[in-house]
Design a protein around this ligand. Structure first.
Ligand SMILES: [Zn+2]
Length: 525
């Protein structure tokens, strides 16, 4: 990249620099051991970054081209560096504390230099002018660069549309899962196309198109491209619907085979080096992006993104459990969103405990137990389960529905307890939503899901069967896939409140809901 005369000049330049540094550099200048992360990945540079006399982190120019994906050219007898990325063009001048961005001059407080015949440039100035976010963690002596710009909302809507075709009406879109252990996704239908991402065995796919034995797919992590058809099993391939009770019982119910991830539900979300907003940002995630959950601390999830471990606020993520292996059941590759109603922690205090029973039992606590048991069973049988909450953290109603739509969920189940002004009223009911614009297939699917879950609940809990009801709830109205809202029992009725206060009753309710959902997939036509 650097012609010979630059090297020669560099030696002279360096000699001068060395002299200057001996005389003028403060003691901490040139400190080594600076870590640089780009989008969560730690970057090692062939020339050690250092902090110059102006307290600026300097990196080799090659970092800019290789890690920030910019094009680098030398002009004017190797005195000027031209950096181009997308619509941005930056000009740097060796030895001058000034730069140009798209022709506009900007003063900077330190100059690019040659060091050991390598051009060193100020990291922050260059990265920020290229549109990246740069954060410095003084404790870790680390620079965190986020090169990502989260999609604008209008683009986002288009992407959502493509991801959410899961209803009966869209017959061209198929579903499947990856059968190879790690499989490339490419920009076109053949191995001669570039790799745009990778998926692991068992990862669910939405399949839009087929060409030359390759499928055009999107993944739940937002990767879009082509995958070799022979490494994918389409959902219709296996004999779904023939799964009897026998093989179901062979499957372990433990959850040790799951990975737990946090899905970002807001436009962009920060990962920080500690569990509060006072810690520096170490990475940025866009809506729909997933990070691995490692633990919890002070209302934050401890997560891993690439090589960075950090913290993300619970209020801006949903929790996803996915099985690591492929299960020979109708639930394999299915995405089920489980929505425990209400939830009371939002910055500022109590938001929505739901209904409260005569003795003070809160709906939000009851439905969480039910939801977790249902999710546990479904994920142990091969489904990917996404929870709108796993603790008291509240999620907005439209966010809950949007999460399911964005994720291309197969079903959405909202879990509640009923309440009435009359303490006499009791029983179990299940709601679904239909509209005039819905196709008959869609209506049938919703009604069928509701009927199966209601049947299992009444059978298991033995409460009065109040039947199926149509309800215009936001979470049902806004979800594009079959969705239901379960009213397990009346928390306002003293007898049923006592039952709901018993965790084993709640777990049985969760098991019944799971059985209804399993039957729905087993008998899916
Ligand atoms: Zn409720």
């Amino acid at each position: 990249m650097c012609p010979l005369n630059v090297r020669v000049r560099g030696i002279i330049f360096c000699a001068v620099l060395l002299l200057v540094s001996i005389i003028a550099f403060p003691e901490n200048a040139g400190a080594v051991g600076i870590k640089i992360f780009v989008d969560g990945k730690q970057i090692s540079t062939d020339v050690e970054p250092y902090i110059d006399s102006n307290n600026r982190t300097m990196v080799p120019l090659r970092f800019v081209s290789e890690s920030l994906g910019a094009k680098v050219d030398w002009t004017h007898g190797e005195k000027e560096i031209l950096i181009t990325k997308d619509a941005v063009q930056i000009k740097l001048f060796l030895g001058k504390a000034v730069m140009e961005r798209n022709g506009k001059e900007i003063k900077i407080d330190t100059a690019p230099v040659l060091k050991n015949s390598r051009a060193m440039v100020p990291l922050r100035f260059v990265s920020e002018r290229l549109g990246c976010n740069v954060n410095w963690d003084d404790v870790q002596k680390a620079v965190y660069i986020s090169s990502k710009v989260c999609k604008a909302s209008s683009e986002e809507k288009d992407a959502d549309k493509e991801n959410s075709g899961s209803d009966g009406g869209t017959s061209e879109i198929k579903r499947g899962y990856v059968t190879g252990s790690i499989v490339n996704i490419r920009s076109g239908p053949g191995t001669n196309y570039s790799i745009v991402g990778q998926v692991r065995q068992g990862a669910p796919l939405v399949v839009y198109d087929e060409k030359d034995g390759w499928y055009r797919v999107s993944t739940t992590t937002g990767i879009k491209g082509w995958i070799a058809g022979w490494l994918v099993s389409l959902s219709g391939d296996s004999s779904r619907g023939s799964g009897g009770g026998g093989d179901r019982d062979d499957i372990p119910t433990g959850n040790t085979d799951n990975t737990t991830a946090a899905i970002v539900i807001v436009g962009s979300a920060n990962i920080r080096s500690g569990p509060s907003t006072s810690y520096p940002v170490t990475a940025t995630c866009c809506k729909g992006e997933e990070v691995l959950i490692l633990g919890e601390q002070d209302g934050w999830f401890r997560v891993r993104k690439e090589s960075i471990e950090g913290f993300i606020s619970k209020g801006i993520v949903a929790v996803k459990q996915s099985p690591k292996k492929v299960y020979p059941t109708p639930l394999n590759g299915r995405i089920i969103v489980i929505d425990p109603g209400h939830g009371s922690v939002k910055s500022g205090g109590l938001v929505d405990p739901g209904a409260v029973g005569p003795s003070g039992l809160k709906e939000k606590d009851v439905v969480l137990i039910i939801a977790q048991r249902a999710g546990e069973i479904l994920s142990s049988k091969g489904a990917t389960v996404i929870y709108t909450r796993t603790d008291d953290t509240y999620m907005g109603l439209s966010q809950r529905a949007e999460l399911a739509n964005n994720y291309g969920a197969d079903v959405f189940v909202s879990i509640h307890c009923n309440a009435s002004l009359s303490t006499e009223v009791q029983g179990t009911s299940t709601y679904y939503y239909v509209s005039l614009s819905m196709t008959q297939d869609k209506i049938d699917a919703r009604r069928k899901l509701a009927a199966l879950v209601q049947e299992e609940l009444v059978k298991e809990l033995g409460r009065k069967n109040l039947g199926l009801k149509e309800g215009n709830f936001l979470v049902l109205r806004n979800t594009t896939m079959p969705s239901i809202l379960v009213e397990t029992a009346f928390i306002s009725n003293p007898t049923e409140e006592r039952l709901l206060a018993d965790p084993s009753f709640c777990r049985r309710a969760g098991e019944a809901i799971a059985r209804g959902i399993i039957r729905y997939f087993e008998t899916e036509s």
